[in-house]
Design a binder for this molecule. Structure first.
Ligand code: NI
Length: 157
């Protein structure tokens, strides 16, 4: 192969239409953090919050796990879709640094006014990392709140 071909992305045959379409390759990075939160709307009474959120209205903590998935074509020069060290750096700089060992209701400027459900957190995390990544490459942000519960934001492609 000529050297000047190395900047071309590698097309991966999907086989779904005779192999002529290319498919994106997905890569993911997982990071974790510990944080406290309470599901509580300050505009509502204590009784209404208890009715809506039960014991989650009380301050408590989680060991959160965050998975960010990026898709694209494999770069011929590096063999990467995206350097996962770079993805890790973005997640840590834009999210983990601000939320780890914090109270998510009170301590994080960019979560002000947000009831910190897993859904709202995943949506906020999506908005934090998306502008830092190559255009259109962010595929999903999944936040595990417990071993049993996660919420995910995906692109609409
Ligand atoms: Ni909780």
């Amino acid at each position: 192969m000529a050297d000047d071909d190395r900047s071309e992305p590698i097309a991966v045959a999907t086989g779904v239409d005779g192999g002529s379409r290319s498919a994106a390759v997905l890569v993911s990075r997982r990071e974790s953090f510990n944080a406290a939160h309470q599901l509580y709307d300050p505009l509502l009474s204590d009784e209404e919050n208890q009715r809506l959120f039960g014991k989650c209205a009380n301050l408590h903590g989680h060991n959160y796990v965050l998975e960010v998935v990026v898709g694209g074509e494999i770069d011929r020069a590096t063999g990467y879709v995206l350097d996962l060290k770079l993805l890790s750096d973005i997640i840590c700089r834009e999210i983990i640094r601000d939320v780890d060992h914090r109270n998510l209701n009170t301590d994080v400027e960019w979560l002000a006014g947000v009831i910190p459900t897993a859904e709202n957190l995943a949506a906020a995390f999506w908005e934090r990392v998306r502008p830092e990544l190559p255009e259109g490459s962010l595929r999903s942000v999944r936040l595990w709140e417990t071993d049993k519960n996660w919420a995910e934001v995906r692109d609409h492609v």
